[in-house]
Design a protein around this ligand. Structure first.
Ligand SMILES: *Cc1c(COP(=O)(O)O)cnc(C)c1O
Length: 588
């Protein structure tokens, strides 16, 4: 069977010395004060670029400007979510670039400019992010709003945004004169970049006759990371929409090239079709994706998080004292096992104190720093099952009493159009109200974002994750926790299959036939493993040290970016020639 993405280009050997990687992502968490991200995907993009800058990787990035941001979450007393826009001052953070490019959308010509933000690496390396902006006088009022709202509007708006990102981004990269030799699509949103490359390859005008050589020339430049473990999650558009908005000729071309599936234009197939290398974001997710797309070869590069962004100040000081080189190379974190228990406990106590101070200032609730505190914060999607802990409220209360108290901190936004997700938030807040005594305290914190995420992942005692398998492609918040020595109690899905060493880095919630069975395992682990370990603080300190040593040292973007360079961007090196040479020698 033809497996396009496994075919190695014959005579194309890009190297970091000859050009740049261009990283395309619909969302990027760039700066805590810029609301240009919604959650995990944007955080991963930002952490990737921060580590790439730290490693002085020749790289640039493209995204949309998102002038109105994602949204600020407001929760009323009943736990009902409403949303506010988050306008921000672009000029306070970014500088405008001179070039203008145009893209045709729905038979209109849309002009774009780019705003530049430089990510500065630890040794001063600059990694520019170019954010495309359609808010220009020459555009119609509708078109001027196309780069305003991240994941806003309907699927027509979404398709128009994706055309601007992919095709506009490539044209801007050309207008800026950037010598790009690898285009990396972070999720299918950016896959129209391949169409712009194909048009450039065939001479700019209408696609006309596209040859196999043209397609191969595009494939040599493109790599793709998929993030979605279920078919329904992949970005798709109706053929009618595609013809109307993208254009009849381009749509017919993509259809001919196998980019449509079940009567829909499928952005994942666009990306797969035109990439020489594809990967999922954890080993299990690679397997799941491979089974979903058997005609392509899909590898896996497990996600990570950017150490200096997510390690709390007390732990950063501790690491600087004991493993000064960790900032350059996170593998040195393996030596965390040598840090004395009292120093780990002291660093954690300081980190937990600042979290509880933040909770008090936001809610007026004063929590007890001695009491075991669980954290659960992420997008409020139903598959994450935020309410699994409340399956048996009486048992939860008995456990809290037996353990000398229990505190649970929740946070997370539901997408504005996700009614079931909003209902889940409402239900958690309603359940939280049932516990008014000091034994069990449940708090839902408003407006989960970068800063709150950093405070929560670092400051709680245990990070809980209860996704329904196999929906969690990777998950990254447990990795942020691990860098701060916080163990996870999680379903074996996504990264946790690789990260869980029972009793050493945390605990697994056993796979069960249904929610009830998995809730049962969650309670049993809390009763028999977590609370007894927490009661012995010296033992707990060991657990924190081994969590950092095993998982902090590996699940970071410092390692991940090196893996992308080695496996995705520049996989051609001398070691690949060795087997062929050995064969030639033995044959002679
Ligand atoms: C890290 C982070 C996420 C990712 O959450 P997961 O559920 O672990 O994928 C989402 N939102 C914010 C604000 C984060 O900091």
């Amino acid at each position: 069977m033809l497996k396009p993405s496994s075919m190695k280009p014959s005579n194309y050997e890009p190297t970091p010395a000859t050009g740049l990687v261009a990283y395309f992502s619909m969302e990027i968490a760039i700066n805590p004060r810029m609301p240009t991200y919604s959650g995990g995907l944007g955080m991963l993009a930002g952490d990737t670029l921060r580590s790439a800058a730290d490693l002085s990787t020749p790289m640039v990035a493209f995204s949309l400007l998102h002038r109105k941001g994602y949204f600020r979450q407001i929760l009323d007393a009943e736990g009902k979510q409403s949303e506010d826009a988050q306008p921000w001052q672009v000029e306070d953070f970014c500088t405008e670039e001179a070039p203008r490019v145009t893209v045709s959308v729905e038979n209109r010509i849309v002009t774009l400019r780019a705003w530049r933000y430089d990510v500065v690496g630890r040794s001063g390396h600059l990694l520019p992010i170019y954010m495309l902006d359609s808010d220009l006088a020459e555009n119609s009022e509708w078109d001027r709003r196309l780069t305003d709202h991240l994941y806003g509007g309907d699927s027509n708006y979404r398709l128009q945004q994706e055309i601007l990102l992919g095709m506009g981004g490539v044209r801007m990269s050309h207008a800026l004169g950037l010598p790009i030799n690898v285009y990396h699509m972070n999720e299918g949103h950016a896959a129209f970049l391949t169409l712009a490359l194909l048009e450039a390859q065939t001479g700019g005008g209408p696609l006309g006759q596209v040859s196999a050589t043209d397609i191969e020339a595009v494939r040599r430049k493109c790599v793709f990371t998929t993030h979605t473990p279920v078919p329904a999650g992949h970005d798709r558009f109706s053929m009618e929409q595609a013809r109307r908005i993208l254009g009849a000729e381009r749509t017919a071309r993509l259809e001919l090239l196998g980019c449509c599936h079940e009567g829909l234009l499928n952005m994942t197939y666009v990306a797969l079709r035109f990439s020489r290398y594809c990967n999922g974001v954890a080993l299990k997710h690679g397997e799941v994706s491979q089974a979903m797309f058997p005609e392509y070869t899909i590898d896996a590069i497990t996600n990570g998080v950017h150490g200096p962004t997510w390690v709390s100040e007390p732990f950063a000081e501790l690491f600087d004292r004991h493993m000064a080189s960790w900032r350059r190379d996170h593998l040195y974190l393996r030596n965390a096992i040598a840090i004395p228990a009292d120093e780990i406990l002291a660093a954690h106590a300081r980190t937990k104190e600042s979290l509880l101070a933040e909770v008090a200032s936001r809610t007026g609730l004063v929590l007890n720093p001695k009491v075991l505190t669980l954290g659960f914060a992420r997008r409020a999607a139903t598959y994450k099952r935020a309410d699994l802990l409340f399956r048996d409220p009486e048992r939860l209360l008995r456990m809290a009493q037996a353990a000398g108290g229990l505190q649970i901190l929740y946070a997370g936004k539901a997408h504005p159009q996700d009614e079931p997700g909003k209902a889940l938030i409402h239900s958690v807040i309603e359940k939280a109200k049932q516990y008014s005594g000091a034994d069990l305290r449940v708090v839902y914190l408003e407006n989960y974002d970068w800063n709150l995420g950093a405070a929560l992942t670092a400051g709680v005692d245990v990070w809980v994750n209860t996704p329904l398998r196999p929906y969690e492609a990777s998950g990254t918040s447990g990795m942020k926790a691990a860098l701060n020595g916080v163990p996870s109690l999680s379903i074996l899905d996504g990264w946790w299959i690789e990260g869980c060493i029972e009793g050493v880095t945390g605990w697994a919630i056993e796979d069960g036939a249904d929610d009830a069975a998995e809730a049962e395992s969650l309670y049993t682990k809390l009763e028999t493993a977590v609370t007894p370990a927490y009661a012995e603080q010296i033992r707990w300190a060991r657990l924190m040290a081994t969590t950092i040593a095993h998982n902090g040292s590996f699940f970071n973007t410092n390692r991940m970016v090196k893996q992308y360079i080695r496996n995705s961007y520049y996989p051609y090196d001398i070691t690949e020639e060795i087997p062929a040479m050995a064969e030639a020698v033995s044959a002679s």
